[in-house]
Structures are given as C-alpha cells and as structure tokens.
Ligand binder design. Structure first.
Ligand code: RIB
Ligand code: CA
Length: 304
C-alpha cells in the first residue's frame, strides 16, 4: 500500500490503521490541510510514533493551477493540533512523491493499493508523467468529493480534497478507468460518537495518547460547531482500502469534476441515471459495516 496524504488528524488515524494491517511501502505527502512543511513534518513524526521505517516523500507544495485556502482551522496551524510536539529526527527521501508513486507502481506492479487521502496533486502529476500508471495499480481508493452536493469547502458542493485542487481531481477522475470513491457524505453517515471515541482513546496505547493530543483542537472545534459526531473521512477511506468487504452498499457511475462554475467549482458531478452513457469510472461507497469500522479504529490505537 502507498498512501498519498496531507496529515491532518484524520489522515493520521488512517496511517495508524494502515500500519496495523498492511505493508505500507511509502507515504507521499501533499500540501492541503496545512502547508507542505507541516504535512511533511507531521508524516515523519507519525512514522516515528508508530516505530515504522516507512519512507516519506515530499510532493507538490501548491495545487496544479490555482492557489487555495488550507484547513488549519480544523486541524490546527501545524495540522496536528498545535501541540508543539518534538520534531522527528527522521528526514524525507530525496525523491519527489510523484516519482515515488511511479517507482512503487513498477516495483509492486499488479499488487499495489494506492490510497489517496489528500488533494490529488501528486497523483495527477504522476499520471501526466506516465498515463499507464493505472495499469500497474491493483486498486485506487480516493477519499474525496461530495456525491450529492453536500460539500465542506469553498463552494457549497465542493469537498476539501477535490475543492483544494479541482484540476488535479479532474486529471485523476478522467484518466483513471475505475477507482473507489469514499466521499464526505458517507463520512457524515459514519460519524463517531464523541464519548465512545474518547473512551476508546483512553483505553489505548501510546498511539492513542499521541492521537488524543493531536486531536484535542479538532474535537473541540467540532463540538463548538455543533457537529453531533466526530467526522473522520480518511479513516473511513482507509477502512474500505484495508477491508473492501466492509462496504455494504455501493453504486458504480461516472463522476466528473466541475472546474469553472461560479457556484459549483470543485463539485463532483455524478451521472446517477447513467444518462450520458460515459463509462462508470467510480465505485461510490454509500455505506459500510459501522461496527467493523469502529473495530479497525480501536485496533489502530491499541484499544481492545
Ligand atoms: O474533506 C475531508 C478531507 O479533507 C480529508 O482528507 C481531510 O484530511 C482533508 O484533507
Ligand atoms: Ca487528508
């Protein structure tokens, strides 16, 4: 598995989950939730907390075309809750993330699972460098979009990972024949009860303690905004990547990205009736087994 990520606290849970159950060959890091300097430092710190040797690759510092606002309000200025953690002693590899994605696709041809948890800038770049990339990747799971227009960033229908770099999402959605899409609306349907989640962390190991510290701000922010549940998008996408049979309801349709609409830039437009006759490029996850999802979270932080 190779994870493209902009840590970010929900990315962090996904990375913990992956290291619990998969062979992670690398983290390719993008800008998004916060600037690349912070997302890279956070990725290196998390690998150190996990005690893994996973290589970390720095990717693009900006979206492909237009500048975009980050999500520091959700994740903290440093992307990990502004805890002032001691920086990791580890360093990123010298190879660019887009090139690392291509190299991993050759090294693990036919077996590599790509999990995209960030704006799709790195993956779009890799695709432009080598359009045959999808032929060597077993599965691509994307956390992104809002398939019925209930977004969370920029325009009403846009979700952060797509809305931050719509051109990159357009490149991936239009050049990748079939991928799995875990969107923001599925994330909202699979929100976590705050008390249950905090009790889970309290019973966990060192990973749980680190996770509790970096999410203090996000949990407070969510409660202040009156969110009834903790929404942890990347962890849901990772659950689907780790256990595809966790999905209890999905539909396959064509999805495209709006690039120009004044009210709709960044929207993921689904042809639910397949009216335009374009090939279904996305398997849209609509529901998962929630108990199994929560079990994966608990296992990732050593909470039995
Ligand atoms: O919309 C949720 C997505 O945007 C998640 O990947 C979160 O980490 C943010 O990047
Ligand atoms: Ca993310």
């Amino acid at each position: 598995m190779l994870i493209d990520t902009d840590p970010g606290v929900d990315d962090a849970m996904a990375i913990l989950m992956a290291h619990e159950r998969a062979h992670v060959v690398g983290l390719s890091v993008a800008a998004g939730n916060v600037g690349l300097n912070h997302t890279l430092a956070n990725a290196l710190k998390l690998i150190e907390v996990i005690g893994a040797e996973t290589p970390v690759y720095a990717g693009c510092a900006t979206p492909l075309v237009h500048a975009a606002e980050d999500a520091a309000d959700v994740h903290g200025s440093d992307g990990f809750g502004d805890t002032g953690y001691a920086a990791s002693a580890r360093a990123a590899e010298s190879e660019h993330a887009a090139l690392a994605i291509l190299r991993a696709s050759h090294a693990h041809a036919g077996r590599l699972v790509l999990v995209a948890l960030a704006p799709l800038t790195n993956l779009a770049l890799a695709l432009k460098l080598d359009p045959d990339l999808p032929l060597r990747v077993a599965r691509l799971v994307v956390m992104g979009g809002a398939v019925s227009g209930r977004g969370n960033y920029g325009t009403v229908p846009a979700e952060f990972n797509v809305g931050f770099d719509p051109e990159a999402a357009h490149v991936v959605f239009s050049q990748w024949p079939q991928f799995t899409l875990v969107d923001w609306e599925a994330t909202m349907r699979h929100g976590l009860d705050f008390d249950r989640f905090e009790a889970m962390l309290a019973k966990g190991d060192a990973r749980a303690k680190f996770y509790a510290s970096i999410t203090e701000k996000t949990r407070a922010w969510s409660k202040e905004r009156g969110r009834p549940k903790l929404l942890i998008a990347d962890a849901l996408a990772m659950a689907v990547a780790l256990e595809p049979d966790i999905v209890t309801h999905s539909e396959e349709h064509h999805v495209a990205v709006e690039l120009d609409g004044r009210l709709t830039r960044g929207a993921t437009v689904v042809d639910w009736q397949d009216r335009l006759g374009q090939p279904a490029n996305a398997r849209i996850v609509l529901e998962v087994d929630h108990a199994r999802f929560e079990a994966l979270l608990a296992s990732a932080v050593g909470s039995t």
